[in-house]
Design a protein around this ligand. Sequence first.
Ligand SMILES: [Zn+2]
Length: 269
Amino acid sequence: MWQSTSFNRKHTLAGFNSFFESHAIHAMVINVAITLYFFLLDFSLNIFLIASLWTLFITIVIDIMYHRYYAHKSFQFKSETLRKTLSILTIAGGYGSYITWAAIHRCHHRFSDTDKDPHGPNNHKLKDHILLNFTIPPNVYKYATDLLRDPFNKFIHKNYWLIYLPGLFVLCLMNLQFAFIMFAFPTTVNLINSYLSTYTLHKKLPGNYRNYNSKDHSYNNRYINILTFGLNGLHNNHHIDPSNYNFGKSKLEFDLSSYFIKPLMDKND
Ligand SMILES: [Zn+2]
């Protein structure tokens, strides 16, 4: 879901963020290569089932932490230990810092479907979508100053790739199937999940529908919702009410994360 306008990307590639981009691209290439190797040359049903369960768990944790908690603050945790533990677990998803994600996502909500939107109309070509997963719009961190005040968040933000890449390297040296389970499959699935939802849910496509006449071009799609484990298909519902942790508005609109958020929440929230 990391995107920027074409103008911003040129600026970004020449600046500070090339550090982020090169690491994100390296991680993506290594993880996709390990995933392809597993499926084409080293397949085992047991390993695949274990990797699928772990990936589902990590994908739910990422959705809860990056989107519902850090980007929108749609609930409060009942304990700091829980928040920090789940924040550390998100590293396995290879998504980069949750501060970066939250900042870009807040910018997306603020300027939805305008030229200032990192997911905006300038970036609706497939090529742009692929490249934009690895770019950061300039000055975007002004949307996450509240998150960066927390020393724990700041540490994860500064050291994300310094933890992720050596971790991946060590796992590969230990056992390639273990690397596939722990990092490569979750990262590959989250990459596909991100592309699928950002590419399809802000334009009129077969199967897309709107419950609310929001000012932006956000849509829901039940098929995307199933394909993304009930995490990302209810985009129009979310855009009309971004501070609500539950995106489902009817019994047919399934929101998996909302079931897991309830037991994590502070009861006073
Ligand atoms: Zn959102």
